[in-house]
Write a protein that binds this ligand. Structure first.
Ligand code: F0G
Length: 461
C-alpha cells in the first residue's frame, strides 16, 4: 500500500496568484491600517483568512450549476437538495437560506424571547450575536480540556455535560428554549465533539424536554474525526456517523459555505412540521420564497452535490493529511499551536509565540501582520481584537482568554507546495520573533471590531 496521501482530484481550471515584494506588502499593510480584512484579495499570495465560501468547486458541481431550475416557486433544485439533506441528516423539513447566519436569525426569532438562556459548547460569533439580538443570554460550556492548548484530548469540542445539567437546574428548563452544539467547535480551535458527548447531551435535554439544535457547518469533518479518534466508531462509515450525530437532535443549522463545499448558501433542517411552517412564513419576509430561500436554483444544486462530496472519505482523509502536514512542520520547529490539529484550520498560539507582547498589545494581530509582510499570507486574529471589549466610558480594555491566529485551510484550494511556503514563512517569523512589536488600536467601531478597526505598530523603544 502506498504511504503518500495525494489530493484526490486534479486541476482543470486554475486561478493565478499575483506576487508582491516585501516592500510592497509593507506599504499595502500600512494603507490597510494593519487590518488584514481591509486588504484587496489580489494583494494576498496565500489566503488563509477563512475556510468559508472559498472552496474550489468540483466538475460535478459546475455541471450541476447548469441544471439549476430558476423557477420562483417549486423549483426542482429545491426538491433535489431536500432529498439529499433528508437522506444525509435525517430531517424531513429543509429550509434554504442565503448563508448560515440568516438561518440563525430566522430560527432564533421564532423560538427565543428576552431573558432566555441558550447554552452551547461554544457559540460562534454570529450565533451569539443573533441570540443576544433576541434578548437571550448565550452561554459557553466547553469541556475543561478545551482551555489547555497543549492537551491532546481527542474531543476538545465536547460540551461540559455536568455544567449543562447544573445550568438547567439553576436557571430552569423553561428559560431554555433550546440548547446548541457547534460541530466542529470553530471558536475553540476546530475541535470535534464525540458521539458519546452528543448522545449524552441529547439524552439530558430530552429528560428536561429541551429541544436540541446542532450548528453543523463542519459536520463532515466532525464525523471524520469521530471515526479517527473514537476506537468504537472506527468501523462505521462517515455517512453512518453523520446519521448517528443527528438522530437525537431536533434540527440543525448549516452554513453551506464550509463542509458543503459551496461558495454561498445554507439551510435549516428540522423534524417539527408546524415549526417549519412558521419558519417558512418568516422566511418570505427577508430571504424569499421557501423553495429558494435567498439563493438561486443553481446554488441549491451546488450545495446538494457538495453535501455528497463532503462525506467522501478519500476527500476527508486528504483534508486531514493537509492539516497534519502543516502541523508536523510547525512541531519540528517548536511553533506553538492548539493541539491536536483539527481539519479546517490550525490555530497558532500567539501568546506563546510572542510572550514579550502583552494581550493588551494584541500579539495575534502583530503575528498576523508579520506573516503577511513576510510572505503575503493572510490569516485571522482570534484573540483580544476579536473577543476583547473596549469600554468607551472607562477607556478600559478587557482581553480574551486566548491569543490565537487562525490559519484556515480552504477546501481543495491549496497544494502541498503552498503549505510548504506557509510553513517556511512561519518558521522565518518565529526565528525573529523577539523583534516583533505589539499593536495599538487607533480607531474602532462599536461592534465586531476585528473587521473594521484600524491599528498601528507600537514604536520600538
Ligand atoms: N456557525 C459556525 C460554526 C461558523 O463557523 C460560521 C461562519 C457560521 C455559523 C455562520 O455562517 O458565515 O454562512 O453566515 N464562520 C466563518 C468563519 C465566517 O470564518 O469561520 P455564515
Amino acid at each position: 500500500m502506498m504511504k503518500t496521501i495525494i489530493e484526490p482530484f486534479r486541476a482543470k481550471m486554475v486561478e493565478s496568484i499575483c506576487f508582491t515584494t516585501r516592500a510592497e506588502r509593507k506599504q499595502l499593510l500600512c494603507r490597510a491600517k494593519y487590518n488584514l480584512f481591509q486588504l484587496r484579495a489580489q494583494d494576498v499570495i496565500i489566503d488563509l483568512l477563512t475556510d468559508s465560501g472559498m472552496a474550489a468547486m468540483s466538475s460535478q458541481q459546475w455541471s450541476a450549476l447548469m441544471r439549476g431550475d430558476e423557477s420562483y416557486a417549486g423549483c426542482s433544485s429545491f426538491y433535489r437538495l431536500g432529498e439529499i439533506v433528508t437522506n444525509t441528516f435525517g430531517f424531513p423539513e429543509v429550509i434554504p437560506v442565503h448563508q448560515g447566519r440568516a438561518g440563525e436569525k430566522i430560527l432564533f426569532a421564532a423560538l427565543v424571547k428576552p431573558g432566555d438562556v441558550v447554552p452551547s459548547n461554544t457559540h460562534f460569533d454570529t450565533t451569539r450575536a443573533n441570540l443576544e439580538a433576541c434578548g437571550a443570554e448565550a452561554i459557553d460550556l466547553p469541556t475543561p480540556e478545551a482551555k489547555d492548548s497543549n492537551s491532546s484530548y481527542p474531543f476538545k469540542g465536547n460540551i461540559d455535560l455536568g455544567k449543562l445539567e447544573r445550568l438547567i437546574t439553576t436557571r430552569g428548563a423553561k428559560a431554555m428554549p433550546f440548547a446548541m452544539l457547534t460541530i466542529t467547535n470553530n471558536s475553540a480551535g476546530g475541535q470535534p465533539a464525540s458521539l458519546a458527548n452528543i448522545q449524552g447531551m441529547s439524552k439530558l435535554l430530552r429528560k428536561h424536554e429541551i429541544p436540541f439544535y446542532i450548528d453543523a457547518a463542519r459536520f463532515a469533518e466532525n464525523a471524520w474525526l469521530i471515526k479517527q479518534r473514537a476506537p468504537d466508531c472506527s468501523g462505521l462509515s462517515v455517512s453512518e456517523i453523520v446519521k448517528k450525530i443527528f438522530i437525537g437532535a431536533n434540527g440543525c443549522l448549516v452554513s453551506a459555505k464550509k463542509d458543503c463545499l459551496a461558495n454561498i448558501g445554507g439551510f435549516i433542517a428540522i423534524r417539527d412540521r408546524s415549526l417549519a411552517r412558521r419558519l417558512k412564513d418568516a422566511l418570505v419576509l427577508t430571504e424569499g420564497f421557501p423553495t429558494y430561500g435567498g439563493l438561486s436554483g443553481r446554488d441549491l444544486e451546488v450545495i446538494a452535490v457538495g453535501i455528497e462530496e463532503s462525506i467522501n472519505e478519500d476527500y476527508l482523509h486528504y483534508r486531514q493529511a493537509s492539516s497534519m502536514y502543516v502541523a508536523e512542520k510547525l512541531m519540528v520547529h517548536g511553533i506553538p499551536f492548539v493541539a491536536p490539529p483539527g481539519l479546517h484550520a490550525l490555530y497558532i498560539d500567539a501568546a506563546k509565540f510572542l510572550p514579550h507582547i502583552p494581550a493588551l498589545q494584541f500579539p495575534g494581530q502583530a503575528l498576523a501582520c508579520e506573516l503577511y509582510v513576510e510572505a503575503g499570507i493572510r490569516s485571522c486574529e482570534v484573540g483580544s481584537v476579536m473577543f476583547g471589549k473596549y469600554n468607551r466610558e472607562t477607556g478600559k480594555e478587557t482581553t480574551a482568554q486566548k491569543e490565537l491566529v487562525r490559519l484556515a485551510l480552504p477546501r481543495r484550494v491549496y497544494s502541498q507546495s503552498h503549505y510548504d511556503y506557509v510553513a517556511e514563512a512561519l518558521v522565518n517569523v518565529y526565528r525573529r520573533r523577539e523583534k516583533i512589536v505589539g499593536m495599538k488600536i487607533v480607531s474602532q467601531p462599536q461592534q465586531l471590531r476585528h473587521f473594521n478597526a484600524f491599528f498601528e505598530p507600537i514604536a520600538d523603544s
